[in-house]
Every structure is written in structure tokens, then in C-alpha cells.
Write a protein that binds this ligand. Structure first.
Ligand SMILES: N=CN[C@@H](CCC(=O)O)C(=O)O
Ligand SMILES: [Zn+2]
Length: 414
């Protein structure tokens, strides 16, 4: 693999020590930087960096040089919560929402997750791979350099496995780390509307053993929410997943206080995600722990539901990550730049906090913080170069616009 030297970096962002794998509390506002810098990538990894006035005399043979022309260099965004494998968009529900229908009302009318599941059953693996690839390429162009993708629009043995095989193919085909979460417990399929125990058994007895045997999932997910999966059902599912070594990353407290946070922590969840409806008991359960609160502000924005209380979580010394939740129903957007902006504008996070939440803590929410999410020697060289900007805050301030000029993955310009 070739070497790449980036010169004339206005500001190099995110220089956390390599051993820093998770940020909480006051640490979240610390984002070490270096001005007037260079950075050298070799064999796909960050080899070294320093000040421009100390540019090394001896560089690797055949090194390619690119000037950042005074722009900032950031570690790539780490998007730790997405549902980008789906068969069709749902813009008809967008129009229903404009006309005043709630997310729950649309789901009850046969829309929502079941609508996506019906369409996914008819799609081939190739079709799903092609459409998810277009989405993932768009996300990469917007600065994402690591991603988690969930199943959950299959809701049958065959279709859940189909989704997970598509995610595996994305893993094998794209130059960024991809993690897979198994989310058959996303909604009860129509056939099991009145037989919840039957669907839970299907997941535990038929899906999990095959998925584990084929190594198709890294994590277990469940939508723990009124009208979806109860705390008891989630508990049962997470117990079963633990037998296969699958740790949880779960949907908790999105539409109501569901008890999802506590059941997630009981099972050593890597992250509990959403938390738009979080109460004091959930914050107390998370306080000072290592379970990451993954907040999804573009979902709140799109659905018009409350925004999670990031400030209280940070004050309670909880590690906070931000992710897109890219999916056809509640968040048809995979733009992490917008997520960083909404983190600042709506969650009142400082730019440094939002950027850490979109990078290092996002990586931690996929157990990838040892290889990506910050600029450290030996880490994967997944980076982006921005236009020259007056300050760090300018990136989230200029919401809805991209400042990104160049994407570098594994030390190679894309
Ligand atoms: N809340 C559950 N799952 C998704 C939405 C899925 C859908 O509406 O298709 C979410 O995270 O928002
Ligand atoms: Zn989700």
C-alpha cells in the first residue's frame, strides 16, 4: 500500500491519546488539536503527525503528497446506529405526518416497520445490496468512515437472514468497518400479532442459532417500547443472545419511558439508543457507567418528537454518542454533519462535545475505538479534509452544508 502525506493542515482535530477509548462528563468537551500540521499515512494507518515547521526530511519512497490548503483534518465520522438496508422509501408517510398523523398512528394503520417488512420480503439480495450501497456511498461522501447497520425489516427467518447476508456483503465490499446488529425484535409481524410468545420463540429458537452459526451479527438489538417489545420480552431476548456472546445495543425510551435503559444495562449493553423520553431513573441507572447513550437528534427533528437530554446525561458522567438512525421511516438521512449541527443546536452540546460524540464515542459504540474515531498513531487513516474554516465551531454552525472537500479512507484519497 502507498504512503500519503497531508501538508498545510490548518488544524488537525481529535488528537486523543491512542489509549483513550471513551469520553464521558467533562472529558467530552476536550478535543485536542494541532495547528499548522502535517500528517503521514502508511499502510492504511496514521504513521505520524507534527507541525509544518518540523516536517520530516526523510519521507517514504514514492510518498504521495496532498496539501490541505489550510483546511481542517478530522477523523471520519463513526455512525453507530443505522438501518440502511431497506427495499423502498416511505415518503407517503412523510406526507401523512405533514397532515398530522403521529408515528404510532401511521404504524397502527399498517405503515411503519411492517410496511418496510412487506416490501423487503419481495426484494432480492442483489437489489438490497445495490440500494444500500448507494446509501453507504452517500454517507461516505459526507464523511462517515465506520458504520453499524441493523436488520429488522425482515421479521421472518428467511428475510432476517437475507438482510444480515446483505450487511455481510457490505462489510466485505466497502473500505470502512461495518458492524451488524440483529433486530428481529423490531415489530411483531402480522402473523404473530396475537402470538407474541410465538414470535419470541421464533427469534430465540430458529433465528439466533443460525445467525450465530454463520457469524452474521455482532450485536443484539430490540425495540423496547410500548406497543412493540416489553421489558420482559426484551430481557428474554437478551438472555438468549448472551448465550451466543451477542451483547446488546438496543432501542430504548424513544416514544415513552419503557424500562429499556435498565434492561439494557442489566445485560451489559454497549449502548442504549434514542432516549428521547428519558426519566430520572434511567439517568441514574446510566450515571458513571460505560454504557453509551447514543442520541439520534435527526430522528427527533424529522418526527417532531422531543430531543434527548444530552446535558443531563453529560452532567451525570454518561458517555454520549451521536448517530444518524438512517432508516426509511423515522430518519431518511445519513448525514453526520447535520447530526453534529443538531447536537449543538438542539441538544445544546458544545461543538467539541458533538464532534467527540460523532467520532470517538461513536467508534466506542461499535467497539472500534481502538482502531478509529480519533487521530492517533497506528489508528486506521480514515479522515476528511475540510475547506479552510474560521474555527472548529464553523462546521456545526454551517448546518445543512458540507465543509468536506476530500475523503481519505485507509490512507487513500477517495
Ligand atoms: N424505532 C425503531 N426503529 C427505527 C424506525 C424504524 C422505521 O420506522 O422504519 C428508529 O430507530 O427510529
Ligand atoms: Zn433505530
Amino acid at each position: 500500500m502507498s504512503s500519503l502525506l497531508i501538508t498545510h493542515i490548518g488544524t488537525l482535530i481529535g488528537l486523543h491519546p491512542k489509549e483513550t477509548l471513551l469520553l464521558k462528563g467533562n472529558e467530552m468537551a476536550k478535543l485536542p488539536q494541532l495547528q499548522d500540521a502535517w500528517l503521514l499515512c502508511e499502510e492504511g494507518l496514521i504513521q505520524d503527525y507534527g507541525k509544518m515547521d518540523q516536517l520530516p526530511q526523510h519521507l517514504p519512497n514514492g510518498v504521495k503528497t496532498v496539501s490541505a490548503s489550510g483546511g481542517f483534518v478530522f477523523p471520519s465520522w463513526c455512525d453507530s446506529h443505522t438501518h440502511i438496508v431497506f427495499a423502498a422509501p416511505r415518503e407517503e408517510e412523510f406526507v401523512m405526518k405533514i397532515a398530522g398523523k403521529s408515528y404510532e398512528e401511521i404504524a397502527a394503520a399498517g405503515g411503519g416497520i411492517l410496511n418496510s417488512a412487506a416490501k423487503l420480503q419481495l426484494a432480492t439480495e442483489d437489489e438490497l445490496f445495490e440500494s444500500a450501497s448507494v446509501r453507504l456511498n452517500d454517507m461516505i461522501r459526507q464523511g462517515t468512515g465506520a458504520v453499524e447497520i441493523k436488520s429488522g425489516y425482515g421479521l421472518s427467518v428467511e428475510s432476517e437472514l437475507k438482510m444480515l447476508r446483505v450487511i455481510r456483503r457490505l462489510k466485505e465490499s466497502f473500505p470502512i468497518p461495518v458492524k451488524a446488529s440483529f433486530l428481529a425484535a423490531h415489530a411483531f409481524p402480522l402473523a404473530y400479532k396475537n402470538d407474541h410468545a410465538g414470535y419470541i420463540s421464533l427469534i430465540i429458537d430458529k433465528m439466533l442459532p443460525q445467525i450465530a452459526a454463520d457469524g452474521l451479527a455482532d450485536y443484539m438489538d430490540a425495540f423496547c417500547e410500548q406497543g412493540f417489545f416489553s421489558v420482559e420480552e426484551t430481557d428474554q431476548l437478551l438472555n438468549a443472545a448472551a448465550k451466543y456472546g451477542l451483547r446488546p445495543k438496543i432501542h430504548a425510551n424513544q416514544l415513552s419511558v419503557s424500562g429499556g435503559v435498565q434492561v439494557g444495562i442489566k445485560h451489559q449493553a454497549i449502548s442504549v439508543d434514542h432516549l428521547e423520553a428519558t426519566d430520572d431513573a434511567a439517568i441514574a441507572a446510566l450515571a458513571n457507567g460505560d454504557t453509551i447513550a447514543t442520541l439520534l437528534p435527526s430522528c427527533s427533528f424529522y418526527l417532531g418528537i422531543p430531543f434527548a437530554n444530552a446535558r443531563t446525561l453529560i452532567q451525570a458522567n454518561v458517555p454520549v454518542a451521536l448517530a444518524t438512525d438512517y432508516n426509511p421511516g423515522s430518519t431518511p438521512s445519513g448525514n453526520m454533519n447535520l447530526v453534529a449541527s443538531l447536537g449543538c443546536i438542539k441538544l445544546k452540546m458544545l461543538p467539541e462535545e458533538a464532534i467527540n460524540a460523532c467520532s470517538l464515542n461513536g467508534a466506542a459504540a461499535m467497539q472500534l475505538a481502538d482502531q478509529t474515531g480519533s487521530i492517533a498513531k497506528g489508528k486506521r487513516a480514515n479522515l476528511f479534509i475540510t475547506r479552510p474554516m474560521p474555527s472548529l465551531a464553523y462546521l456545526p454552525y454551517s448546518f445543512g452544508q458540507s465543509q468536506i472537500e476530500t475523503i481519505i479512507l485507509n490512507g487513500q484519497i477517495q
